[in-house]
Design a protein around this ligand. Structure first.
Ligand SMILES: [Zn+2]
Ligand SMILES: [Zn+2]
Length: 221
């Protein structure tokens, strides 16, 4: 279903209200009225009901709202954990960003973030089919290097450190997103191979390198 950003924002407001145990969101709260074109389009799609005091979900609307909120909370986590450009004052940014995560992109991000269950505010992220699948199969695709076994290979997904010094050190070793990495040894230091070079780092550094595991026999997960 293709909804406008404004329409998604209304569904989001309805979801927030629902989480707080309220069925109806007043027109005032979402700065709209029953004659608003966006409200009319949601009505035509069968996603909302118009009541005298405000709007409420239909069953279908709640299903759609669940997807909107999932993208919103995944966007928050992506901005905080991967892009490092998030704080509470950037809620508006998140709201714009979430609208970009459509049609399968949310699944990719969910997988990258290991199917998280809560947003930075501690609010639940409604699971997608990718989360159910990961739970059933026990396969978590993106892991810190410290979770790999000796001789496991992976492709670097992202680096979590916020310290420029550490980042420079890692970059000098070729620890960059997209590069293949093989863990050679876990103790007493983490020794890994990138290309033809081997490097040793301690656990505190290794746990900040996130790797997408490559399954044996050349099948990429
Ligand atoms: Zn949140
Ligand atoms: Zn997932």
């Amino acid at each position: 279903m293709k909804l406008t950003d404004k329409a998604e924002d209304i569904l989001e407001a309805l979801w927030f209200a629902d989480e707080e145990g309220r069925d109806i969101v007043s027109y005032e709260d979402i700065q709209t009225d029953p004659n608003d074109g966006v409200v009319q389009s949601l009505l035509n799609e069968g996603l909302i009901e118009i009541k005298p005091e405000g709007l409420c979900f239909t069953i279908q609307g709640k299903i759609e709202g669940r997807q909107v909120i999932r993208r919103h909370r995944l966007a928050e986590l992506l901005m905080r954990d991967v892009l490092d450009i998030w704080d509470d004052s950037q809620e508006e940014w998140v709201c714009r960003f979430e609208h970009l995560l459509k049609e399968g992109v949310d699944t990719k991000i969910c997988t990258l973030l290991n199917h998280p269950t809560t947003c930075p505010h501690g609010k639940p992220i409604p699971p997608g089919s990718c989360c159910e699948h990961a739970k059933d199969s026990g396969v978590y695709n993106v892991l810190p290097l410290t979770e790999l076994k000796s001789e496991d290979s992976g492709r670097i997904a992202y680096i979590k450190t916020k310290e420029p010094e550490k980042m420079n050190k890692l970059m000098a070793m070729g620890v960059l997103p997209g590069n293949d990495i093989m863990l050679m040894q876990r103790f007493p230091a983490y020794i890994f191979r990138i290309g033809y070079s081997e490097f040793a780092i301690d656990a505190s550094m290794a746990e900040e390198i996130y790797v997408r595991r490559i399954k044996r026999m050349g099948v990429r997960s």
